[in-house]
Design a protein around this ligand. Structure first.
Ligand code: G16
Length: 543
């Protein structure tokens, strides 16, 4: 085997977004495109010679081939060992778990998360550091800078790389361990949660459905829920990972997890329903004919955390992304723990977790997790809920309604306008930014603006500042509208509008969410000119 140095030209568009580099498959299929980015990652890191790299992905189209390229490049660049999931598979939280457990230098995760797969779909790649979490902005910025000047990459010549079974081999002096993608992760879950209580719950006739959406969590959910916890076969649906996710959109929300939602809102609804996304880090939680918003899920997990053995000693603190509802803030206040508000992006939780300042984190974008790894974790959230359900012995809806009665309810919804014209979306955001100073004190509809700003965050651990993280308009009675452009889309722009209204009175906790937010929805259109500037009458997705 020989190390080859291949001449290349930079690509101008390799700037990582909210979570790594995500592009259409066709973009990644350009000669040298993947290799340039991988070499740019390696060129931005110091001190990895002889160290361990973890590699795996969500199994989407192109995953296996890209995995082999990365192994050959890791060998040529001097890594000592690679841990790679069998068939190139590792869910994002499992990759984080493996990095931490085996003291790896870092990891490369191949995933475009919840974006569709297949030859016409999306592909993605991101680098995670030795703490198991997504690389912070200073590293992703360095990778982007390097990608703009790269002229060559290194790769070893290798014919056949067998990743279809667990074994060890060497690649130009680098050891490759093909590992079971599920084992380390399943072991960690058994440490955190009361598996006996959950198994007992299933034995007592409790029934759930877990929709793996033909994505990576199928093997994880089948092993943990069915094989270890004794849930009946058929509990996990769409459990075989497919390169195109069966043609679906593996995003666990009310629109895309339709099969599950139809069942859980139908006549034969089960006790509990859950789904996870393409790479296994997102989750959706459903009770019988009842949807739990991700923001409420975070609040409920926080309030009940000590019921799970891994959290029995209490929480150091909690964190949520800025657009996530403030439901968890009131729980944190009652518990007397800190609650941090960070920009969108799991990477912003890393420092807080590493410093021991927060235990649980969550985002409105169907992400919940804890310091057990440094990624959000879909199946972990499902197991946490099962642990709580097993201990509280109440239906999901009762748990949430009791929670609201105590802490108040945050009516909450996100309206997404996907794939809109980029110029129009940018004009909309620029218009909002320009008008920010004139808004405080103004009457919009029946509400008075209390504050209006463009969210900026100073990391309390390392002092780094992230500006321009979303426009917030807050009203004097506590309601809020947030405007952001997504950092994960691959076509045009996606405008996200987050709407939130707090209601303390339990007698008013039964309204339809969209009706409860109707005045804010109208104000958002008015103040931002959504219909005018996007040319859209309605959002693409409402969650
Ligand atoms: C990623 C990030 C999350 C973020 C989400 C949505 O999730 O890891 O932190 O909340 O994107 O980001 P945006 O609103 O910019 O599209 P995932 O599951 O796609 O990796």
């Amino acid at each position: 085997m020989a190390i080859q140095t291949i001449q290349t030209q930079p690509f101008p568009d390799q700037k990582p977004g909210t979570s790594g580099l995500r592009k259409k498959v066709a973009v990644f299929q350009q000669p040298h495109y993947l290799e340039n980015f991988v070499q740019s990652i390696f060129d931005s890191l110091d001190g990895f010679a002889g160290k361990t790299l973890v590699v795996g992905g969500d199994g989407r189209y192109g995953n296996l081939q890209a995995t082999m390229v990365i192994l050959r490049m890791a060998a040529a660049n001097g890594f000592g060992r690679v841990l790679v999931g069998r068939d190139g598979l590792l869910s994002t939280p499992a990759a984080s778990c493996v990095i931490r457990k085996h003291d790896a230098f870092g990891g490369i995760i191949l995933s475009a998360s919840h974006n569709p797969g297949g030859p016409d779909g999306d592909f993605g790649i991101k680098y995670n550091t030795g703490n198991g979490g997504p690389a912070p902005e200073k590293i992703t910025d360095a990778i982007f800078e390097r990608s703009k000047t790269i002229r060559e990459y290194r790769i070893v010549d290798a014919e056949e790389i067998a990743l279809d079974r667990e074994h060890e081999f060497t690649l130009d002096g680098m050891t490759v361990n093909v590992i079971d993608p599920v084992a380390d992760y399943a072991e960690l879950m058994a440490e955190l949660f009361d598996f006996r209580a959950i198994a007992h719950l299933f034995q007592s006739g409790f029934r759930m459905r877990f929709d793996a959406m033909h994505a990576i969590t199928g093997p994880y959910a089948t092993e943990i829920l069915q094989n270890r916890l004794g849930a009946p076969r058929g509990t996990v649906i769409n459990g075989v990972p497919l390169a195109d996710f069966g043609g679906g959109h593996p995003d666990p929300n009310l629109t895309y997890a339709k099969e599950l939602v139809d069942e859980m809102f139908g006549d034969k609804a089960l006790d509990f329903g859950a789904a996870s996304d393409g790479d296994g880090d997102r989750n959706m939680i459903l009770g019988r004919r009842f949807f739990v918003t991700p923001s409420d899920s975070l609040a409920l997990l926080t309030a009940n955390a000590t019921l799970a053995p891994g959290y029995a000693d209490g929480l150091a603190g909690v964190a949520r992304s800025m657009p996530t509802s403030a439901a968890v803030d009131r729980v944190a206040e009652a518990l007397g723990i800190d609650c941090f508000e960070t920009p969108t992006g799991w990477k912003f939780f890393g420092n807080l977790m590493d410093a021991g300042r927060v235990t649980l984190c969550g985002e409105e974008s169907f992400g919940t997790g804890s310091s057990h790894v440094r990624e959000k974790d879909g199946l972990w959230a499902v197991l946490f809920w099962l642990n709580i359900l097993a201990r509280r012995q109440q239906p999901v809806e009762t748990l949430i309604r009791t929670h609201w009665a105590r802490y108040g309810r945050n009516y909450y919804s996100r309206h997404d306008y996907e794939g809109v014209d980029t110029a129009g979306a940018e004009q909309l955001m620029a218009g909002l930014r320009e008008g920010l100073e004139t808004l405080p004190g103004r009457q919009l509809g029946l509400l008075t603006v209390a504050y209006a700003d463009d969210f900026s965050y100073t990391d309390p651990v390392d002092g780094s500042v992230s500006t321009g993280q979303g426009i917030r308009i807050g009203f004097s009675e506590g309601s809020r509208i947030v405007f952001r452009l997504s950092g994960t889309g691959t076509e045009g722009a996606t405008l996200r509008i987050y709407l939130e209204r707090f209601e303390a009175d339990p007698a008013r906790h039964d309204q339809d969410t969209q009706q409860a937010l109707a005045d804010l929805i109208a104000i958002a259109d008015d103040v931002a000119g959504i219909r005018r500037l996007t040319g859209r009458e309605f959002p693409t997705v409402i969650t």
